[in-house]
Design a protein around this ligand. Sequence first.
Ligand SMILES: Cc1cc2nc3c(=O)[nH]c(=O)nc-3n(C[C@H](O)[C@H](O)[C@H](O)COP(=O)(O)OP(=O)(O)OC[C@H]3O[C@@H](n4cnc5c(N)ncnc54)[C@H](O)[C@@H]3O)c2cc1C
Length: 483
Amino acid sequence: MENPTRTRCSVLIVGAGISGITAAKVLAENGVEDVVILEAADRIGGRIRKEEFGGVTVELGAGWIAGVGGKQMNPVWELAGRSNLRTCFSDYSNARYNIYDTTGKIFPSGVAAESYNKAVESAVAKLRNQDSNNPVDDETTTGPKSPIDLAIDFILHDFEMAEVEPISTYVDFGEKEFLVADERGYEHLLYKMAETFLFTQQGKILDTRLKLNKVVRELQHCENGVTVKTEDGCIYEAQYVILSPSIGVLQSNLIYFSPPLPRWKTEAISNIDIMVYTKVFLNFPHKFWPCGPDKEFFIYAHERRGYYTFWQHMENAYPGSNILVVTLTNGESKRIKAQSDEETMREAMEVLRNMFGHDIPDAVDILVPRWWNNRFQQGSYSNYPVYVDRKLVDDIKAPVGRIFFTGEHTSEKFNGYVHGGYLSGIDTSKALLQEMLAEKERKTENHQSFLLEPLLALSDAVFDIPRQLFLRSSNLGFLKAIL
Ligand SMILES: Cc1cc2nc3c(=O)[nH]c(=O)nc-3n(C[C@H](O)[C@H](O)[C@H](O)COP(=O)(O)OP(=O)(O)OC[C@H]3O[C@@H](n4cnc5c(N)ncnc54)[C@H](O)[C@@H]3O)c2cc1C
């Protein structure tokens, strides 16, 4: 065990996902190198995570760089370009024309198109309804009933319209999506970033400022600083903390705050949902599904909504890999995470045999990531309510005293995405740098008037912490002078 003596630093960052690593990099670039990063897992990356499966690298968490080809360059696409990350274009638009029924017949494209248009109309009517707060009970707003309608409703709501239109990612960065297909994994982007400010050797981070397997359990904060306790009994003292765990972790009781977070903050945390999204990987001795540019995705229409609905083959990414991926969300996702992988394989095989006949081979391997049951994630990504008010957006990212919040869930425009995590890391660290500068100026003023004004007694009991502004600064070059 590490020496239990107290470690002191200027800024302590909780979590080494994309937001935490980006925040640390921005701080280092601005002269704050006295940073400690505590990561609960035994690796960096958080919800960006690769694993070897069926002889190739698969992404258990984020898989796509979403938002490419638009007016502005997606910063993650830019990082990928600089790191020569291998990607391949994914065309979702054809999925709706590859819908199988339970007897293996593909629905005619006219039927699929009609069902799709009906579902879009219904979704728009529902949104208008929620807008006017006036329930309308007509045909367009009643839920889908037939398997094809249920399947299309699932693609529309759990994939294409999982967010409320207009979707900033597509408007700002473009509508194309690229699947990461690189044996170094999506996480390679994080290692490339880390090596610019942490000591690394042969691709391994050896810098002692990054501490893995450190589960933060308690944050005691007062006007002077923050004391952080980890599960293994270590204590860290910092002037400031940046907290990057997911909204699911903040909603759980993994981290205890003393004094407790103020009400405006806990309300904001509880008002954002966490989406559960699971990709199940299946490896086969040979492929039996149709391939080709417009066949990457296919849909299974079942009477139960979301039941092994959305399939993808990995032949575009890794030709000859013989891997299929089926994505389950929310209720179905939680259901399969609670059962054995053998049971999930049995269910998936039954669905595949309904689509492709009884002669297809059994899968030889299965991989079921469990983001929902992981106490350091507690879900896949944040899902903002349909109508988001300004207060929620401001409160979720506003600091509480010396604790600053970051992570994809604090990104107003890009929550739920890797680029949301990346941009939030930049935003939060810039806001913190501003605050550090302001504090330095306050200290200088106080020092000058030391003999004239009595010092305020500092108290640990900061129970009613008012909302703070989240400061932004576009030009931080001058900060070097203060640090
Ligand atoms: C299955 C899945 C599919 C996805 N698909 C896509 C996609 O295709 N494209 C896309 O853009 N985005 C996708 N996302 C979302 C994307 O992965 C996230 O938005 C992004 O990676 C979040 O980064 P973050 O830094 O905010 O959080 P995280 O990556 O969760 O980082 C937070 C870190 O904090 C650590 N931590 C938690 N609690 C503690 C504690 N108590 N003490 C110390 N450390 C702690 C965690 O271990 C973690 O490493 C997907 C996510 C999932 C799960």
